[in-house]
Design a protein around this ligand. Structure first.
Ligand code: HEM
Length: 403
């Protein structure tokens, strides 16, 4: 159990409010402890932009072959696990998976995503209060990925339930129970997907699982089980994160810069800028690597086998990279240089898809609603749930005015 590293045991942030807004703590760390060694878990932590970027780029010193990690280390580390590997092996694994993520596939997905967003927003018809998380931010990514993978969309409740369990955060006290639940969910999920993948191999359709059965690198192909595991991996990588992005966009429009909604309605080119600034400003993401050799780096002696965490949510607020970093500003010229999708060889493969989903969600929403307001007496702490990154929104009720 000691093999999984718990982020909140490093930050020591206790209250929900502080875990939801860890940005003051990040600032404190950047100023006083930018390279911080946590002795309890034997983990290095970096909080500055340049350091985080170096950790993500320098795969020779900071390896993704880890014996401990923020997420459980996979027992089988085969071609279907693109993340837990280093170049050159990583390049190979990623090339297979990337065959389902081409610019052409993205173009084909756009109208399908639009249709799903249209339906979800149409379902809000007649309501004066809508819950953005439950009615848009959760269902959109789940339905999209179910459609894109090519599994029946009526199974999306099941898929959501499995992926929730698989990505539910660990707690020291209940570690064993959670691990058992996850093992069960993984088994059920595999058993569900396996026959679907076998069918796709025989009768390929226009979807990711079919593309993966066909993916071919110098004659090498994924087995059915590897396609199953790749599919589960995509769900894990893409669902909760995209839900957070869409939820946080609305939170930012209400609380980080009230009134900005009208700019979104007036100028559709402002929407992608908002998406990017939310990714920079309101995303407490952290990624780990394993130190590959004894070394002195960032002014400290690090030992082979130690884990180092790049706190990208903090890097994204580093003044040396972003002027007035603590201000929400969709017009900053370099907001795209945030590290929320990672950087270097493991840069998020799904970034174009996540961006497209967020853009379509908001552009569809602004066409239907003239204005949004917080509900009376809104307290964010009543709407939070523990997630892999700390606290995230489980609901966000807002008042809407029909256009
Ligand atoms: C990798 C964030 C959405 C698929 C990553 C990494 C980050 C990230 C930080 C780098 C991990 C590392 O360096 O070890 C996000 C965020 C998202 C998002 C913030 C939404 C806002 C998606 C979606 C998909 C996806 C929608 C696909 C359906 C992947 C995959 C990798 C990855 C396959 C592994 C790439 C590799 O190791 O080479 N993501 N992601 N992500 N992401 Fe995303």
């Amino acid at each position: 159990t000691s093999k999984t590293i718990l982020l909140h045991e490093i930050s020591k942030l206790k209250s929900k409010q502080d875990q939801w807004n860890p940005f003051a703590w990040y600032k404190q760390m950047r100023e006083n402890n930018p390279v911080f060694y946590d002795a309890e878990q034997d983990v290095w932590n970096v909080f500055l932009y340049d350091h985080a970027k170096r950790v993500l780029f320098d795969h020779q010193l900071f390896s993704n072959k880890k014996e401990r990690s923020l997420i459980p280390v996979p027992r089988v580390n085969n071609r279907s696990n693109v993340n837990f590997s280093d170049p050159p092996e990583h390049r190979h694994r990623r090339a297979l998976l990337a065959q389902a993520f081409t610019p052409r596939s993205l173009k084909e997905w756009e109208p399908r995503i639009q249709a799903i967003a249209d339906e979800l927003v149409a379902d809000m018809e007649g309501q004066t209060t809508v819950d953005i998380v439950q009615q848009l931010a959760i269902p959109l990514p789940v339905i999209v990925i179910a459609k894109l993978l090519g599994v029946p969309s009526q199974d999306r409740e099941k898929i959501k339930a499995w992926s929730d369990i698989l990505f539910y955060p660990y707690e020291r006290e209940t570690f064993g129970d959670i691990a058992d639940q996850k093992a069960r969910a993984m088994k059920e999920f595999q058993e569900y997907l396996y026959p679907i993948v076998q069918e796709k191999r025989k009768h390929p359709a226009d979807d990711i699982l079919s593309d993966l059965t066909k993916a071919n690198l110098e004659g090498e192909q994924l087995t059915d089980m590897e396609v199953v595991m790749s599919g589960i991996g995509l769900l894990g990588a893409g669902n909760e994160t995209t839900t957070m992005l869409i939820s946080n966009m609305f939170y930012s429009m209400l609380f980080d810069q009230p009134g900005i909604y009208q700019e979104m309605r007036a100028d559709s080119t402002a929407i992608p800028k908002l998406v990017e600034e939310v990714l920079r400003f309101r995303f407490p993401v952290a990624i780990d690597r394993q130190v590959a050799q004894d070394t002195t780096v960032f002014g400290h002696k690090m030992k082979k086998g130690q884990i180092i965490i790049a706190w990208m949510g903090s890097a994204n607020r580093d003044e040396s990279q972003f002027a007035n970093a603590e201000t929400f500003d969709i017009h900053r010229h370099n907001n795209q240089t945030h590290l929320t999708f990672g950087a270097g060889p493991h840069f998020c493969l799904g970034a174009p898809l996540a961006r497209m989903e967020a853009n379509i969600a908001l552009s569809t929403f602004v066409k239907r609603f003239a204005d949004i307001r917080p509900v009376e007496g809104f307290e964010v702490t009543e709407h939070l749930i523990q997630s892999a990154t700390g606290q995230s929104l489980k609901s966000l009720p807002i008042c809407v005015e029909t256009a």
